[in-house]
Design a protein around this ligand. Structure first.
Ligand code: ADP
Ligand code: ADP
Length: 239
């Protein structure tokens, strides 16, 4: 079953009064439920912009994005809020995306509080412990601050936060490229495990093809704002 449909999506940025940057130029693809779809290409080719436009964080210039048949960009604010419960994002730099003044407990609780997932603080706390275990962190990490962790651990915190609302769909935007090479495989394996266990649908954005090949069922290759190849993972550049 197709869960996400990106149809002829365009996203242009006005660089100045008489210059437009065509960051995403007429891109179409579909992602099936439970699938991991990799989006690869050189830095600056438009991958992040697609990810953000899919979530409605950017307005589109043209085209449409359908999630489970619903046009994300024409949803009313309240419906988009509800949709964001199902769709979560994992970012490249876990340090920049985690509030340095919040404890791990607060960071992971925040989406649950915003979406009023539980009525009692105690339930949230238990859920935080459960999420920490799922991403390979410990209970007593809950009261610490992001700077007390390594890059790989911080990305685990970001992943726990993204999982807090039991999402269906996760966009991981360069989730490993800010990490030491030795840590990258661990985080990829964790994401794989989570994908398998929960049957999540993943859009995995990266410039490094080898990692994406390991994790993705299908891959879309971007070049200068265009999707130039769309193929099953095992068929891509098989030498
Ligand atoms: P990638 O994720 O593939 O590295 P991006 O989607 O981040 O590429 O960027 C695509 C192009 O759009 C780049 O030229 C980038 O500078 C530009 N761009 C991205 N975000 C913005 C923005 N908010 N305003 C203007 N230009 C942007
Ligand atoms: P990424 O690492 O996701 O490719 P960058 O580090 O290039 O993103 O950019 C960081 C932020 O600045 C993002 O929100 C991106 O959308 C925005 N951005 C990127 N390029 C430009 C640009 N040319 N003009 C304005 N904003 C930009």
């Amino acid at each position: 079953k197709v869960i996400l449909e990106v149809n002829r999506l365009k996203k242009f940025f006005d660089v100045n009064r008489n210059q437009t940057l065509q960051a995403v130029n007429d891109v179409s693809f579909q992602i099936n439920e439970g699938e991991t779809f990799g989006l690869v290409g050189e830095s600056g080719c438009g991958k992040s912009t697609i990810g953000r436009t899919i979530l409605g964080l950017y307005h589109k210039t043209a085209g449409e994005v359908l999630y489970d048949g619903e046009d994300i960009h024409s949803l009313k604010e309240n419906d988009r809020f509800k949709l964001h419960k199902k769709m979560q994002m994992i970012f490249q730099d876990p340090y920049a995306s985690l509030n340095p003044r919040s404890t791990v407990q607060e960071i992971i609780s925040e989406p649950m509080e915003i979406h009023r997932l539980y009525r009692h603080k105690k339930e949230i706390k238990e859920r935080v412990y459960q999420l920490l275990a799922e991403v390979g962190l410990q209970r007593d990490h809950a009261n610490r601050y992001p700077h007390e962790f390594s890059g790989g651990q911080r990305q685990r915190i970001g992943i726990a936060r993204a999982l807090a609302l039991n999402p269906e769909f996760i966009i991981a935007d360069e989730p490993i490229s800010a990490l030491d090479v030795s840590i990258q495989a661990q985080v990829v394996n964790l994401l794989k495990e989570i994908q398998h266990e929960k049957g999540l649908t993943f859009l995995f954005i990266a410039h490094d093809l080898s990692m994406v090949k390991q994790i993705s069922d299908r891959i879309g290759v971007m070049y200068l704002g265009n999707l130039i190849e769309l193929t099953k993972s095992e068929q891509l550049y098989d030498h």
